[in-house]
Design a protein around this ligand. Structure first.
Ligand SMILES: [Zn+2]
Length: 389
């Protein structure tokens, strides 16, 4: 790092551009996390590297006044393999770091924490690190979690899909397909039967639960004259209803078992990655932030509208929202309808629109945090709303 690139000299926009340029994929964000820690340190935060034993995670904390309440901002800084920061996590990083710094300047009491959460996109060893952190109790002493995510619209209270990925392996018996077909048992047959049975299940599921199931046949044999003795499928099972998701997985397992019996093959099932939860929406918190956006003449749809929109994806932020009042605010950096994880969103993540939206989101999040520290009634209402869901 040259002298004019010293951490303390970074402002919110230089930081966003630098993370965009560093372009580090999930679980490998070494330089990015180092830079973020350096900036926080230079602003009086106490930094813990390798938070929760995750190499590119960190925790940075600054206590103001009596240290209560406790608010955490979550930073993401992983790029997408191959394309770069096309999900705009460079902006999430800057938003979290500078919202925390601004909050610590605005408040008289509170503990402000930034948690660096690697690999949201799930490309490496620490995929979905927020889930690991949630399970290890990282949010135990935190009263409020704030985050943000760039996109093609401003929004609060978007629902996300629970998702679990699976790998199913069928084992059959190899044989010469012309000379001894009677002694062969095809693992590929089991895989195709499974694929078709899953498609038949689609008609008989709850329509309101946003059931999505996507799968491929990854391996299906080696030569056409040899009975395939091994076939591998991978599937993702998603829904906006966590209990129903469990039911759907059970039905999927019955399908796999049934297809193995029918084809006289054996099978094994492996979970891939962690279970991403649905988002627990906090209405009070969502509306508090929406009011702040409306005050700034920013068009943000009402919660009832957003909540009923079709959820598009899954995020490990959802798991955090299940254990502590939390909200990830969507901020608009591109025209509506812009496809994400694309060349367009890659450019949008370093555009002047992004710079303006980033400045706004930093002010909105730090104003929200300030209000939270000062307004006991708001804190109680947010906690009540969390506990009754
Ligand atoms: Zn993202």
């Amino acid at each position: 790092m040259s002298s004019n690139e010293r951490a303390e000299n970074y402002d919110y926009w230089q930081l966003a551009l630098k993370i965009h340029q560093l372009n580090e994929i999930g679980s490998m964000e070494l330089e990015s996390s180092k830079l973020l820690m350096g900036i926080l340190q230079s602003h009086g935060f106490n930094v813990t590297e390798r938070f929760m034993d995750i190499p590119t995670a960190f925790k940075a904390e600054r206590v103001v006044g009596n240290g209560k309440p406790s608010i955490a901002f979550l930073a993401e800084y992983d790029a997408l393999p191959g394309i770069g920061h096309a999900c705009g996590h460079n902006l999430i990083a800057s938003s979290a770091i500078f919202s925390a710094i601004r909050t610590s300047e605005k408040i008289t009491n509170g503990t402000i924490t930034v948690i660096g959460t690697p690999d949201e996109e799930g490309s490496g060893e620490w995929a979905g690190s927020k889930i690991i952190m949630t399970e290890r109790g990282a949010f135990k002493n935190i009263d409020l979690v704030l985050g943000s995510h760039p996109g093609d619209q401003w929004n609060v209270g978007t629902q996300s899909l629970a998702v679990q990925d699976f790998e199913v392996t069928f084992k059959g018996r190899a044989a010469h397909e012309a000379a001894n077909p009677n002694s062969g048992r095809s693992a590929l047959d089991a895989a195709i039967l499974t694929y078709n049975a899953v498609n038949m299940m689609r008609q008989h599921v709850r329509r309101d639960a946003n059931f999505v199931m996507h799968g491929i046949i990854k391996e299906g044999g080696t030569a056409s004259n040899v009975t395939p003795e091994r076939a591998v499928l991978t599937y993702g099972v998603r829904s906006t209803d966590l209990n129903y998701h469990t039911e759907l997985v059970e039905r999927f397992m019955k399908i796999v078992e049934g297809c193995a019996i029918a084809t006289e093959t054996t099978y094994s099932v492996k979970k891939i990655g962690l279970l991403f939860s649905t988002t627990k929406i906090n209405k009070i918190l969502s509306n508090t932030i929406r009011d702040k956006l409306l005050e700034r003449r920013i068009d943000c749809p009402p919660l009832e509208y957003t909540f009923n929109e079709m959820p598009k994806g899954s995020t490990d932020f959802a798991n955090v929202s299940q254990v502590v009042p939390a909200l990830e605010v969507g901020f608009k950096i591109a025209r509506e309808g812009t496809p994400w994880h694309s060349r367009e969103s890659l450019e949008a993540a370093k555009s002047s629109n992004a710079r303006d939206a980033l400045r706004t989101i930093i002010e909105v999040l730090s104003d929200t945090a300030k209000e939270f520290t000062e307004n006991r009634k708001l804190r109680e209402e947010i906690a009540d709303d969390f506990n009754k869901r």
